[in-house]
Design a binder for this molecule. Structure first.
Ligand code: SAH
Length: 213
């Protein structure tokens, strides 16, 4: 579990690349500058950890590309102390970015293997989400709702109704929508019944799967 000056140097370069690609939120960039992404990957990928790419993390899943993590985190407009729900904990890297930005993070993962390994890893790195949960993210976490914002980190064929219901008025839901390719979509809740929709180009995610454990 080593984080060296070389790793820090590579992170500084990654942050520059993300700025060149249009990421401007200082809190997002500072979180990415701090978090040792190489420790969220199998050691065989250590040399590549600061490339702007997705990598396998086991159970057929991937850690999202840093640009994607930065883009989604920026769309959330996280403020310190916000309650944020994440669907798809995976490696825990996106969780770590949000915690470092000052959010109280509740995260759900449906692959037991990843749920267990990430639950062990995060405390070792002194990253403390409010709650990690093993289960089906389509249902959200009603016991902790409402949330200031919700981030889905897998490609969703539809917007799960429970997630819309668990969003505060004024809250933001960021979700990649589509089958093979996804359109990054932001919903802002205007009132009890109305949501404003914004779309932001194509991304590629592993699929959000329904209850198949
Ligand atoms: N945020 C993660 C991205 C992991 S990829 C990271 O930074 O590493 C997407 C994750 O969503 C995978 O771990 C996958 O198992 C999980 N997932 C897919 N369908 C899900 C569902 N219905 N509920 C919860 N998690 C789900």
């Amino acid at each position: 579990m080593k984080d060296t000056n070389k790793h820090q140097g590579l992170r500084n370069q990654l942050v520059k690349q993300l700025q060149d690609k249009g990421i401007t939120d200082v809190n997002v960039l500072e979180a990415i500058r701090k978090i040792p992404r190489h420790l969220f990957l199998n050691s065989s990928f250590e040399d590549f950890a600061y490339q702007d790419k997705a990598f396998p993390i086991g159970a057929g899943q991937t850690i999202s590309q840093p640009y994607t993590v930065a883009f989604q985190s920026q769309l959330l407009e996280v403020k310190k102390g916000d309650n944020v729900l994440e669907i798809g904990t995976g490696s825990g890297y996106q969780t770590a970015v949000l915690v470092t930005m000052g959010a109280k993070v509740y995260s759900v993962e449906r692959q037991n293997e990843l749920f267990k390994s990430t639950s062990l890893l995060l405390p070792k790195l002194n990253i403390r989400p409010k709650h990690l949960s093993f289960g089906d993210g389509y249902k959200g976490l009603p016991q902790f709702a409402p949330f200031d914002s919700i981030i889905v980190t897998a490609g969703a064929p539809i917007i799960p109704q429970p997630l819309m219901a668990q969003l505060k008025i004024g809250g933001r839901l960021v979700i990649p929508l589509g089958d093979k390719e996804q359109i990054m979509t932001l919903l802002i809740r205007k009132n009890e019944t109305q949501f404003e929709k914004h779309e932001f180009g194509e991304f590629r995610f592993v699929p959000l799967l329904e209850n198949k454990n």
